[in-house]
Design a protein around this ligand. Structure first.
Ligand code: GLY
Length: 314
């Protein structure tokens, strides 16, 4: 029998203890991933998740998050959510209370309000500074009117692909957290503010079940960070599970999914984090310029340990 455990991407390490505390208290894998993700969302120094997330091109923070339960295959996802402190908990409410699996924008905010989710600003001095610098850099004389119209004007004046290519390289980040509880149930959580300075309404892979997140007790869990458009095009998270279902090991499944990303021959990188039914864990990255590592902590440990993933060459 595998000891209950939790894993997370590089930015989740200091917060995994909250998930372990939940598991030790008899909480479910869902409880564990939500508890740890909430702490990452509250970390003002993480500019890609929750508080302090870099805003979109209009200076508005729009959050994406999703949760999936491996026992029931129930999911909850929110996209382009504004003004709620814990997008992951709104996603949990969708999973538990909504007749739907994904809510976005004003509808998601209305739902969150009805559910009594905590409202508030996610801006920090640092996130405001990044946006101000972008505006000053882009418009020498400043003075933009925060309307949708200038985005269109801006878009027309740019080679959009080159613009996004520059962003995609520098401004990605997301948290993936997965757990297995004492019943062998698995859960997977993803939360992000998405690509910095993205177009309003842009959804990445994080709220798209099958693309940025998937979890099925029979085979395993997988989630992604990186340029979400790539994971959406390949249904990367579900594909990793499919590869394991077909008999590949967790390492082979992650390797092959990253090869599939390379095969798109597009810009931007992709990373995945996964676990399997035996408690095996793995991460993989299409990037060759930095080590692929993730964090692991089980209920018998006092502190998390880092584990090495694989870097998958073109
Ligand atoms: N992977 C997060 C995003 O593209 O928004």
């Amino acid at each position: 029998m595998v000891k209950p455990f939790i894993i997370g991407t590089h930015n989740a390490g200091p917060f995994l203890y909250a998930g372990v505390d939940a598991l030790k208290a008899g909480g479910s894998a869902l409880d564990a991933v939500e508890a740890a993700t909430r702490l990452v969302e509250s970390n003002p120094d993480d500019s890609s998740v929750g508080l302090g997330g870099i805003p979109n091109i209009l200076g508005v923070q729009e959050m994406d998050a999703s949760l999936m339960c491996g026992r029931t295959l129930r999911t909850g996802a929110v996209g382009a959510l504004k003004g709620f402190i814990h997008p992951i908990s709104v996603a949990r409410k969708v999973l538990e209370e909504a007749p739907h699996v994904m809510l976005v924008g004003a509808g998601a905010e209305h739902f969150a309000r009805v559910m009594g989710c905590e409202e508030g600003s996610l801006e920090t001095e640092s996130s405001r500074k990044v946006y101000r610098a972008f505006v000053e850099d882009t418009f020498e004389h400043g003075g933009i009117d925060q309307s949708q119209e200038w985005v269109v004007t801006y878009a027309r004046s740019q080679n959009l692909r080159q613009w996004y290519e520059r962003l995609a390289d520098k401004h990605h980040g997301t948290v993936n957290i997965q757990a297995m509880d004492e019943n062998g149930d698995m859960a997977s959580a993803v939360s992000t503010s998405g690509t910095a300075l993205k177009f309003p309404g842009r959804l990445g892979d994080s709220p798209v079940i099958g693309a940025g997140n998937y979890c099925d007790n029979r085979f395993g869990a997988a989630a992604c960070t990186g340029r979400g458009e790539l994971a959406i095009r390949n249904s990367t998270a579900r594909t990793i599970i499919h590869y394991m279902e077909d008999g590949l090991s967790i390492k082979e499944a992650c390797f092959r999914a990253m090869k599939d990303i390379h095969a798109l021959k597009s810009f931007g990188g992709m990373n995945c984090l996964a676990l399997d039914v035996k408690g095996g864990t793995m991460s993989a990255s299409t990037r060759e310029d930095r080590e692929s590592t993730y964090w692991y902590m089980d209920v018998g440990m006092r502190a998390p340990e880092t584990r090495k993933g694989i870097n998958v060459k073109q």
